[in-house]
Ligand binder design. Structure first.
Ligand code: IYR
Length: 221
């Protein structure tokens, strides 16, 4: 390929031993990540959050369109408003909108309609997907939007954990109220609400296990 807009790819060459060691260390780091529902009031410097969002922005995306907006909310009034709106929807979910099976599946997590963590966490990163772009009233296309935003959020969660912070991938449903609360334009749809902060000192997490490699992968050698 010899295209004029191509530049050399700068990359680090690792020995097999270095690669193995790095892969093990990264696995160990990532395997210690847990979803946390109780946050400390310890403040988090905004620069850390900015770096974390920048990591999400390095994700591959369909036609490199980066079809997302990460809304970083630290304003207490806004957080309270979002909590109230989320609890209003969740109350309906837990009292009839979710099936009995679903309620049963959630029992191990001890969740309910109350969402204290929305106010407790110093930041909410509310992720919006851009179904299409709207620049100066002109519509342009994005591609593989769900895949692109999902990958970026995976990298966001990894960056959060790497910085010693905790997160919760909260999916209030329906979540149109987030676009309304944050005044987002009509091409943006709420994707996830991610409270971020240090975990509460005595935070507890459910005693659940991850599937083994054999359960999640098949090798075709
Ligand atoms: N959105 C609700 C219910 C909920 C659903 C799933 I799937 C979870 O993994 C956890 C919760 C809530 O936030 O409580």
């Amino acid at each position: 390929m010899h295209q004029e807009n191509f530049i050399p790819y700068e990359y680090e060459v690792l020995s097999e031993d270095q690669a193995l060691e790095r892969s093990r260390q990264f696995l160990e780091l990532m395997n210690s990540r847990r979803t946390v529902r109780e946050f400390s009031s310890r403040p988090v410097p905004e620069e850390i959050i900015k770096n974390i969002v920048k990591v999400a922005g390095t994700a591959p995306s369909g036609a490199h369109k980066q079809p997302y907006t990460f809304c970083v909310v630290s304003n207490d009034e806004l957080k309270s408003k979002i909590r109230a709106m989320a609890e209003q929807e969740e109350f309906i979910n837990y009292n009839g909108r979710m099936s009995d099976d679903w309620i049963e599946d959630l029992k191990v997590f001890g969740t309910n309609y109350q969402k204290l963590f929305i106010e407790e966490a110093p930041y909410l990163i509310v992720v919006f997907k851009k179904s299409y772009n709207l620049d100066d009233g002109e519509k342009t296309r994005n591609y593989y939007v769900n895949e692109s935003v999902g990958i970026a959020v995976g990298m966001l969660l990894s960056a959060i954990h790497n910085a010693g912070l905790a997160a919760l991938t909260h999916t209030p449903s329906p979540m149109n109220f987030l676009a309304e609360a944050l005044g987002r334009p009509k091409n943006e749809k709420a994707y996830l609400n991610i409270p971020v902060g240090y975990p509460k000192e005595d935070a507890k997490v459910p005693n659940i296990q991850r599937k083994s490699l054999d359960d999640i992968a098949k090798f075709y050698r």
